[in-house]
Ligand binder design. Structure first.
Ligand code: OAD
Length: 234
């Protein structure tokens, strides 16, 4: 089976009712990144940060995977699909995707503030002020903040380097190192970009833009990749 690698961002979850970050009305218009998504913000006001992520988590519990998430599951019938997501939501998993790598962490998990390798599932939506890790230290969201290391980049690069087809869905490609994954797509690999808006993407030759929202875009992608004329069929 050919390896289909998909890099997803906030746009794939937009039709599930989750706000993107940089679109008009996006989260970074409403909140200051420095206040809620950096180690400095956490040091200054942990309650504000905790409230921000508790609210995101509470909302996530009310959202469902959409047609785009489900379409990527369908593609597993035809391809060895690997998803690399910048999203902290769990909608790919809830849709049923088998291989999902979260490079910016997971909203429904908490980590120890002292020992980041101690990671816990969160029951419900809240990390409470008095929640502690097994060594007695407070818990914080298991999310990669700006300025922090991105440990999952190494496996993400390995997956990307093995792609036969590479698909980008719903990311502005503004955030590094995630956006640099495109530099690791093997030469002559077809790349598809699904996004209703223009996305700047340098240095790739074989790009096909599907200028649609994720749900419709994935439907078109499935049709293209599985049609009789596709080079990848079978
Ligand atoms: P952005 O908000 O930067 O980009 C969202 C992209 O989704 C844009 O290109 C939109 O045009 C597109 N979009 C909007 N609606 C869509 C729809 N219905 N279908 C498909 N695409 C749609 O979000 P990301 O690129 O994911 O990191 O942001 C990357 C990182 O920046 C996030 O992981 C987060 C954020 O700060 C951290 O918090 C560490």
């Amino acid at each position: 089976m050919h390896k289909l690698v998909v890099l997803t961002g906030a746009g794939i979850s937009a039709e599930s009712g989750i706000k993107t970050f940089r679109d008009m009305g996006g989260l970074w218009e409403e909140y200051d990144i420095m206040e809620v998504a950096t180690p400095q913000g956490w040091e200054k006001n942990p309650k504000l940060v905790q409230d921000f992520y508790n609210a995101r988590r509470r909302q996530l519990l009310e959202c469902k995977p959409n047609k785009a998430h489900l379409g990527l599951v369908e593609l597993e019938k035809y391809f060895d699909v690997e998803i690399i997501t910048q999203n902290v939501d769990d909608l790919h998993e809830r849709a049923g995707s088998k291989n999902v790598l979260h490079i910016h962490g997971e909203l429904r998990k908490a980590q120890s503030t002292k020992y980041p390798e101690l990671v816990y599932d969160i029951e419900g939506w809240e990390i409470k002020d008095d929640d502690r890790c097994e060594k007695g230290f407070p818990l914080r969201p298991h999310v990669v903040w700006f300025g922090e290391a991105v440990p999952a980049m190494e496996p993400a690069i390995e997956i990307t380097s093995a792609a036969d087809i590479f698909v980008v869905i719903g990311t502005s490609l503004n955030v590094y190192p995630a956006a640099s994954l495109l530099d690791h797509v093997p030469e002559n690999t077809p790349v598809y970009i699904i996004d209703p808006n223009d996305v700047t993407c340098y240095g790739l030759c074989e790009i096909e833009i599907i200028k649609e929202k994720a749900g419709k875009g994935v439907e078109i992608l499935i049709e293209k990749l599985t049609s009789k004329t596709s080079n990848f069929k079978g």
